[in-house]
Design a protein around this ligand. Structure first.
Ligand code: F3S
Length: 288
């Protein structure tokens, strides 16, 4: 049986943990109320299914905005760790829902910085993935935020010498990508202030998988299909160790992967529950 080695940091981050615990507690203590989670509370299908089993329903943002929802006054709505867009918060207030905002402190801090810098007259550049809910949520609190994905887009962006710019980052950005952009900015511009907002939980998980990938014969990255930080862990590991696989749960394992390997490394995205990781470890060790 191969030896299984865990990354030094992996799995649930405190923002996700807080959001899931909040929803579970509400499901337990407020049974008299209808409880919704706004979209996928966290990007992990297992966590979502478990919450659904406890009676927490999904309220889709688009349905809410377009009037296709059944939300009633006083219904409970839990906002996910990555927050949501301002029009959704406004709609929830308008419909007098009982809002429980589980938006992580790192996300709300970026929102605050963005608004402060705009007030101070900065133009905002946002380094991240425009399709990620966190990014869409944060930038909806600003006026004219330009989202860039990397150096190439930055090069294509008109930077005016007489203006001042603030560059903010998505919490789950790949640190190496950020450092590349930072280096480019520092050697080409004097009027872009950089605010590194990659959250500690993301960074330590990325560092840990970097170390792990060098030490083992094969790396398993466990996480949801829609989880951005899981995908980044996969990319980092794959660059170092070609034998890297992204799996959602034990059902996506191919047992032949482990036939000739001695050391299997395992890491997991910030929204992957411990029970999924343990199941996978037990399969590799041949205990189930
Ligand atoms: Fe918060 Fe970082 Fe997790 S931003 S939700 S602690 S990945």
């Amino acid at each position: 049986m191969p030896e299984v080695i865990r990354a030094k940091e992996m799995g649930f981050c405190f923002g996700v943990k807080g959001a899931v615990e909040l929803a579970e507690e509400l499901a337990e203590t407020r049974r008299d109320k209808k409880i919704y989670m706004l979209g996928m509370l966290v990007h992990n299908e297992h966590v979502i299914d478990k919450l659904k089993g406890k009676g927490v329903e999904i309220l889709e943002e688009a349905d809410l905005l377009e009037g296709r929802d059944n939300l009633k006054e006083g219904d409970i709505v839990v906002v996910r760790a990555h927050g949501t867009i301002k029009p959704v918060y406004d709609k929830l207030l308008e419909k007098k829902a009982e809002i429980h905002d589980a938006a992580c402190i790192f996300v709300t801090t970026i929102r605050k910085t963005l608004q402060e810098k705009e007030k101070e007259g900065y133009e905002i550049l946002f380094l991240g993935d425009i399709n990620h809910p966190e990014v869409r949520g944060i930038i909806s609190f600003g006026k004219t935020v330009r989202v860039i994905e990397g150096i190439e887009e930055l090069k294509a962006t008109k930077i005016e010498a007489e203006k001042k710019y603030a560059l903010l980052t998505q919490t789950t950005l790949n640190k190496n990508k950020f450092l590349e952009v930072k280096k480019y900015i520092e050697s080409n511009y004097h009027n872009i202030d950089i605010f590194d907002k990659i959250c500690g939980a993301t960074y330590v998980r990325q560092k840990a998988v970097e170390e792990l990938a060098k030490e083992v014969d094969l790396v398993l990255v466990v996480g949801g299909k829609k989880s951005s930080n899981t995908k980044k862990l996969y990319e980092i590991s794959k660059r170092i160790n070609l034998n890297t696989y992204l799996v959602q749960d034990e059902n996506s394992l191919d047992r032949s992967w482990f036939e000739k390997v001695k050391r299997v490394g395992i890491t997991a995205g910030a929204s992957t529950p411990e029970e999924v990781i343990v199941k996978i470890e037990n399969i590799i060790r041949g205990t189930i």
